[in-house]
Design a protein around this ligand. Structure first.
Ligand code: CTP
Length: 394
């Protein structure tokens, strides 16, 4: 994302303060965000906040942009890889829909050839008003995308549709659009994430400590590089990433079915999920009572998903080991005929469960690459570099 420019249009909605968080997340993702504020937005939140976070100029009035941009609206419009209007009022949506260009933001919207993404935020009645709905329809027909509004509590005290979409959702959509011509454009990548759960009775299960963070980081990184991503997820607390087709499953058997159907015409399968190797032979239909001194659970093997899906050009596995890391990883690489395996040492205090960081070793037929500790997102990108190279070599 390091060479991508977003023009962030902030308009006079009460949600304008949330745009500060949004611009911060965009900046953290490596995007250069140039903020353009409407006059009324500047009454709700100060331009200095955006300037401080982005380190880039903030503009509101035409011909007053404190930057190298010469003819402001035109140069901003041309520099943009995405115009993101967040939050967008009914008024600005109406102006953009009708080609009205009476301030820097609406001029930029009219002059840009970049994709436009709009995150509306307004009172429910204004959102539902037929005039607004007609304007939204007009814009959608022109290919302009919308994220939200969400349903929830509104600044007016009421409850309904019109709330600014959650920042991670807007960020996800924005990165998805920015990544569309990335190095995985046109590739279909199936990622599995989180642990499966195998029922013991209606309330208890056999599970594991996987948080799902590695798989979600992979899915988001692939999305941001232009891939068409299918994410098959076990139960997790993580927010659903936008721009990704998510299929929620619970058991290893469900995951097998979901991964198999997602793999139809897939270019790569990355199994980051911690799939149960064993499940109770049968789950009790009613809750087990602690009447006995001991309880014996008979477990049976589940199917190995990665091993049984072989007709995908590039297949990547994870090996979670407490000993003989490389040797065991290499054994799995060969046994499951994988292109690459990501070996994680899960013994000791550095176990990656639930952490945002991971220390992994990549093992393939060519050799072993020990990576330093890095964020799961960075690791995801390193892994996807390998997937991309492998796809190119095929
Ligand atoms: N895997 C799978 N289906 C299973 C079990 C594991 O697809 N039923 C995948 C995992 O998602 C991972 C890889 O296989 O990508 C390795 O999983 P792991 O549990 O570490 O290894 P196993 O082969 O199950 O061997 P062991 O448990 O003996 O270490």
């Amino acid at each position: 994302m390091s060479e991508r420019n977003v023009v962030l249009g902030v308009t006079g909605s009460i949600a304008a303060y949330k745009a500060v968080d949004l611009v911060s997340k965009l900046t953290q993702a490596g995007v250069s965000a140039y903020t353009v504020m409407t006059e009324s937005a500047t009454k709700l939140v100060g331009p200095a906040s955006f300037r401080a976070i982005t380190g880039l100029p903030v503009a509101s009035r035409m011909f007053e942009l404190e930057s190298t941009f010469s003819i402001e609206h035109v140069s901003l419009a041309e520099a943009a890889d995405l115009l993101l209007i967040a939050p967008a009022t009914a008024n600005v949506i109406a102006k953009v829909a009708h080609g009205i260009a009476d301030d820097l933001l609406t001029c930029t919207a009219l002059a840009t050839r970049a994709p436009i993404l709009i995150a509306p935020a307004m009172h429910t009645a204004m959102w539902e008003n037929p005039a607004t709905q007609a304007n939204v329809k007009t814009l959608r027909e022109q290919g302009i995308r919308f994220v939200g509004p969400a349903v929830g509590r509104l600044a007016s005290g009421g409850f309904g549709e019109g709330r600014f979409a959650p920042v991670p959702e807007i960020l996800g959509e924005a990165l998805h659009i920015l990544g569309q011509d990335g190095d995985l454009a046109g590739k279909r990548i199936v990622v599995s994430a989180a642990g499966t759960r195998e029922a013991i009775d209606p309330v208890r299960f056999v599970g594991n400590r996987s948080s799902g963070k590695m798989g979600y980081a992979l899915a988001e990184a692939a999305r941001d590089r232009g891939a068409n991503v299918a994410l098959i997820s076990g139960p997790t607390q993580l927010a659903r990433p936008s721009g990704i087709d998510v299929n929620d499953v619970v058991t290893a058997a469900d995951m097998l079915d979901a991964v198999r159907s997602a793999c139809n015409e897939a270019d790569a399968l990355i199994m980051a999920a911690a799939v149960a190797d064993y499940r109770p032979e049968s789950a009790a239909e009613t809750k087990l009572k602690k009447s006995e001194a001991e309880l014996l659970l008979r477990l049976e093997k589940t199917d190995d998903i990665l091993d049984s899906i072989r007709d995908v050009p590039v297949r990547v596995g994870f090996a979670a080991e407490t000993e003989n890391l490389i040797e065991n990883a290499r054994g799995k690489l060969e046994a499951k005929d994988l292109d690459l395996i990501v070996a994680n040492n899960i013994g000791g205090p550095d176990a990656p469960f639930g952490s945002d960081e991971n220390r992994a070793t990549l093992v393939d037929a060519q050799g072993v690459e020990e990576l330093p500790t890095m964020s799961k997102r960075e690791l995801a990108d390193r892994l996807l570099d390998r997937v991309r190279d492998r796809l190119a070599a095929n």
